[in-house]
Design a protein around this ligand. Sequence first.
Ligand SMILES: [Zn+2]
Length: 490
Amino acid sequence: MNLKHSLPCLLLLTSFALAQHAAPHKKTAKAAPTTRPKADPALAIHQSALIVDTHADTPQRFLDENFDLGQNTPVSEGHIDLEKIKQGNLGAEFFSIWVEPEFKGHYAQRAMDLIDSVYQQAARHPDKMTMAFSADDIARAHDQHKFAALMGIEGGHAIENDIRLLRDFYRLGVRYMTLTWSNTNEWADSSGDIQNPNVKHHNGMTDFGKDVVREMTRLGMIVDISHVSDATFYQALLVSQAPVIASHSSSRELTNQPRNMTDDMLRAMTKNGGVVMVNFYSAFIDENYRKASSDPEKIKQRDAEVEAYKKAHPHADGSPVTYDETAAIEKKWAAQFPRPPLKSLIDHIDHVAKVAGIDHVGLGSDFDGVTSLPEGIDSVADLPKITQALYQRGYTREQILKILGGNFMRVMREVEATAKRLQSERKESDALSFEDIELMVGNRVNSAQLVDRIRQHGVNFELTPERRTRLKAEKVDDSVLDTIAKVRKK
Ligand SMILES: [Zn+2]
């Protein structure tokens, strides 16, 4: 079905690309054959592709810098704008709704502001871009030659431990969520602080964390395992009923970064049917760069400079100084280390393609969120160079189209189909989930009514000590807890 949808468009674009190459030839028909421009097969593949990138941190620039996608920016300031998107033939971008942990107490509000900033861009440039919420939306935008903007939350702390907020974010159009960012939250461990003994860890995920994964699967929000600890990763794969993604993660075998994925994890992704979108950041794709830039003395010096800036430029309203404001310092600091060759990035794509399989690899640039990119990749406009490099390594047109976006589109459709199935199954067997109970409690359904409904429908979950504590915290009556325990035994 997806083939039916995308094939005519691909063919049209290919013939368009060929026609473009043929045109100058016609004009110079009388010139010697040696001057005939040689068709570049890699470029033709690139121009015919539906390209999806699953991670860019541009929303901070929208919100904190008042940056407009219509502005043509120098690459030293930003990696993405509409002109560069056109040059790179990017079809769809997942804009990251990344909430810095410094916004404690206001996570959801900050997320809402970032979400709004993406919608504002789409409203300002309706002729060139459109919001998209499904694989069909992305394909439709591509047919209309419009850039599709999607949103993914980076860091599960944004839902403020409230499953209702998760649903609200889905309603607002968020289509993936990384379970954690670099910070462990109250329900899932991160790779970013897993060695820190001062952080309270959970051996992966708590029961609530697993409920979050289940609810994401039911909603059709893609579970994103980038940034999580290894234990969280394996647990998420066990719990999720749909394929998952790593929206921006590279290979740990090639570059020894705890945030990168081991070969065993890559093989688990194959089994899960998901896709690993390779991160372009120099420190994640090149061991030399990683080593040089992880010198503790140099990091100390950078952190001190950032802290000094924050102290010297406090916000009048007391809100945190954002990453965006100190990015210039970080970029200047990163520039002291030589950029890795483009080959390092291609090696990672190649490695994931070999270990996880050609159907499980894609692109997750991390544009506008990283301080260093490999040589030749200055912005989204340089995406054709990746296609060229893959082509030179012997990747076929079909394989390249999968990497550039085909694999992600397949996963997104599978996640959508799973959600549809789970939602219809829920209607058939109506045993109450823990979510249902919590929702009723939140809606002030009284104890007698709760007991009644639980007896009538039964429950589909175990009343673990953690769940018991959660219900108690919401002042749920013992009679309700006893009924749950009783009907579950039956
Ligand atoms: Zn990230």
